[in-house]
Design a protein around this ligand. Structure first.
Ligand code: IPE
Ligand code: IPE
Ligand code: MG
Length: 245
């Protein structure tokens, strides 16, 4: 029996509360590779492979929406070969995983801007969204060419284009113009690799999210690690600005 199938047999004590929406800042691929004397892209490849097992674990624990931060609007500023490699990995990921994800009832969504994305990848993303749009088991929301600030800029532009009156602008209206319209706000945001920052991820929607940071690099973040994050979430007292109740 491989170590992986052993892990899958492991049982986890039930959780009292399961977050409806979990966001993950999948960070640390580069350092994971560096620690092994490998090129950064090898880390990204390992990170992509890891997504499959985390996705499965997320669904098993009963989380309904998973938003993953895959590529930020700032990541374009990395060396060209890394950016190119990341685009290729995304394509390969769709080619390889889409049929299975569809079969497993995963609805794929995209948040971010598509305009700078290479045409072939853009087409593949569109196809994945269209194919899976009626699936209900798990919503996989992929933040790709995503920035929280550009999301707000895009929302404001569309609000103005729609001729919305100033008095009609409130928090609910803005939420409806964000890429995440219709989805619940994230309850829990996990960041791997130890950085204590948000890096432009779900800055509006995460206003009252619980944050959890682990030093583990993303390619090593497994089902046990996810369970630990969910346990930590259960130990938090969410107050939303009110008094402890
Ligand atoms: C996260 O890993 C993946 C992306 C940002 C695309 P990094 O590439 O940021 O890895 P580190 O932070 O350099 O280790
Ligand atoms: C955030 O990680 C973006 C993704 C995980 C896709 P970064 O590595 O880009 O963030 P910083 O540069 O450490 O803030
Ligand atoms: Mg990083």
């Amino acid at each position: 029996m491989s170590p992986e199938s052993k892990t899958e047999k492991k049982t986890y004590p039930p959780l009292e509360r399961v977050p409806a929406h979990v966001g993950i800042i999948m960070d640390g691929n580069g350092r994971w590779a560096q620690a092994r004397g490998l090129p950064r892209l090898a880390g990204h490849r390992a990170g992509t492979d890891n997504l499959r097992r985390v996705l499965r674990a997320t669904a098993e624990f009963g989380v309904h929406v998973l938003t993953i931060y895959a590529f930020s609007t700032e990541n374009w500023g990395r060396p060209e070969d890394e950016v190119h490699g990341l685009m290729e990995l995304m394509e390969r990921m769709i080619d390889r995983e889409l049929p299975k994800l569809h079969e497993e009832g995963v609805q794929i969504r995209h948040i971010g801007r598509l305009e700078r994305v290479p045409d072939r990848l853009k087409e593949k993303i569109r196809h994945a969204l269209e194919l899976t749009k009626d699936n209900q088991r798990l919503i996989l929301n992929v933040a790709f060419n995503y920035g929280g600030r550009s999301e707000i800029v895009d929302a404001v532009r569309r609000i103005i284009q729609d001729g919305v009156a100033a008095e009609a602008v409130d928090e609910a209206l803005i939420a409806r113009y964000l890429y995440t319209a219709g989805l619940p706000d994230p309850d829990l945001i996990v960041r791997t690799s130890g950085e204590l920052r948000v890096s432009n991820f779900l800055i509006w929607q995460g206003a009252y999210a619980e944050y959890y940071v682990t030093p583990t690099y993303w390619p090593d973040f497994d089902k046990d690690e996810l369970y630990k994050a969910l346990v930590a979430f259960n130990q938090r007292e969410r107050r939303f600005g009110l008094l402890p109740g």
